[in-house]
Design a protein around this ligand. Structure first.
Ligand code: FCA
Length: 326
C-alpha cells in the first residue's frame, strides 16, 4: 500500500466507526410569539430540559408575526425537523400554519393560544395545551375581591378597570371569568369598565388604562383586571401616572414569572400579586407529547388544560417560585 491508499483506508475506517456515534438527534421546533416575556423563556427552558432527557434538539424560534412564522416553518423543514410546538402570534393564522406544516409533513402542537381559522372559529384538530383560562380568571376576580374587602374599601367608591383582548380566546376567557367572579361576590356590574388594549404589552395596556381613568374621574379606588402580568402592569402604571397611591389600587396579574421584578421592588405598588400557572409544565409536556407522536405514533389528546395555580405576592413569591424550580 502506498502512503495515499493507507491514508484513504484509515479515513474510511474511522468514518465507518464514527458514523453511528455521531447519529443526529431528532429535531423539533418550539416557536413563540413573544420571547421577551419570561413566560415564554420559561417554556423554552423546560422544553430544553425535556429535549435533553429525550435526546432531541429543540430549535427555538421567535415568531412575532405571520411572515416570520411561515419562514420559521420552512426553515425547520429545511433543517430536517419533524414537528413543532407553537404559541402563534395571531390566532387567525391557524389555517395558514396548518397548511404550511402539512406541505412539509411536520406535526404541530399548539401551546397557550388556540388556533383559529380566518373566520375566527377554533381549529380543534390541532392538539392544544393551555392554562385553564376561565378558572384562573375567576381566581383573579376572587382574589381582588378578597383584598379589597381586607382593605375595607367601600364598593361605591371603587371601579374595575378591565383591560381586554377579546380576539384572543384565552384572554377573553380569563377576563370574563374574572369579571363574573367579582359580580358573583357582589360587585356591581355597572362599575366594571371594560377597555380593549391595542397591543399585548405594557404600553398598550397603559394607554387603555389611561382612557378609563380619564372617563371615570370620580372613582377613588381601582381594581385592575387583565389577561396577563404585562396587561395589569400597564393598567397599574396608568393609575400611578394619574396620581393614585398604591393603597388605592389592587392589580393582580397572570403568568407569575413576568411579575418577578415588580414584586421584588422594595416598596409596594398597586400591583398586588400575580397568579402563577405552569409554564414549566407547558414547555416540558408538549415536548414529551411531540416525541411520543413522532416516535411511537401516540397521538396527543386534543385538549389539555393545566389547572395548577398559585397566588404570588411580595411575601411569598421567592419561596413559591423556588418550589417549582423557577
Ligand atoms: C397568552 C399570553 C401570554 C401567556 C400565555 C399563557 O399567550 O399572551 O402572556 O399568558 O397566554
Amino acid at each position: 500500500m502506498n502512503k495515499i491508499t493507507k491514508l484513504v483506508s484509515a479515513i474510511g475506517l474511522s468514518a465507518a466507526l464514527v458514523a453511528p456515534v455521531i447519529a443526529e438527534n431528532m429535531k423539533i421546533g418550539f416557536l413563540v410569539k413573544q420571547p421577551e416575556e419570561p413566560w415564554f423563556q420559561t417554556e423554552w427552558r423546560f422544553a430544553d430540559k425535556a429535549g435533553k432527557e429525550l435526546n432531541l434538539d429543540i430549535i427555538k424560534i421567535a415568531v412575532p408575526d405571520g411572515e416570520k412564522t411561515l419562514n420559521a416553518i420552512d426553515s425547520l423543514a429545511a433543517n430536517g425537523a419533524k414537528g413543532f410546538i407553537i404559541c402563534l402570534p395571531d390566532p387567525k393564522l391557524g389555517t395558514a400554519i396548518v397548511n404550511r406544516a402539512k406541505q412539509h409533513g411536520l406535526k404541530v402542537i399548539a401551546v397557550d393560544d388556540q388556533f383559529m381559522n380566518s373566520k375566527g372559529k377554533p381549529i380543534e384538530s390541532v392538539p392544544l395545551v393551555m392554562m385553564a383560562a376561565s378558572e384562573i380568571g375567576q381566581r383573579q376576580g376572587q382574589e381582588l375581591w378578597k383584598e379589597m374587602t381586607k382593605r375595607g374599601w367601600k364598593v361605591e367608591e371603587t371601579g374595575v378597570m378591565a383591560i381586554t383582548n377579546n380576539e384572543l380566546d384565552t384572554a377573553r376567557r380569563r377576563t370574563t371569568g374574572s369579571m363574573e367572579a367579582l359580580k358573583t361576590a357582589g360587585f356591581p356590574a355597572a362599575q366594571i369598565y371594560e377597555v380593549p388594549t391595542k397591543s399585548n404589552d405594557i404600553p398598550g395596556a397603559f394607554d387603555a388604562g389611561n382612557s378609563t381613568l380619564v372617563q371615570h374621574p370620580k372613582v377613588k379606588n381601582w381594581l385592575v383586571i387583565g389577561m396577563n402580568d404585562n396587561t395589569v402592569l400597564g393598567g397599574v402604571r396608568a393609575t400611578e401616572g394619574q396620581g393614585f397611591k398604591a393603597a388605592n389600587v389592587i392589580g393582580i396579574g397572570i403568568n407569575g414569572v413576568d411579575a418577578v421584578s415588580e414584586l421584588s421592588k422594595t416598596s409596594a405598588t398597586g400591583f398586588f400579586g400575580s397568579l402563577l400557572p405552569s409554564p414549566d409544565v407547558h414547555g416540558y409536556k408538549t415536548v414529551y407529547m411531540m416525541n411520543d407522536w413522532l416516535t411511537k405514533n401516540i397521538e396527543p389528546v386534543k385538549y389539555t388544560a393545566v389547572t395548577d395555580v398559585v397566588l404570588l405576592t411580595r411575601e411569598n413569591y421567592k419561596e413559591e417560585l423556588a418550589k417549582k424550580g423557577l
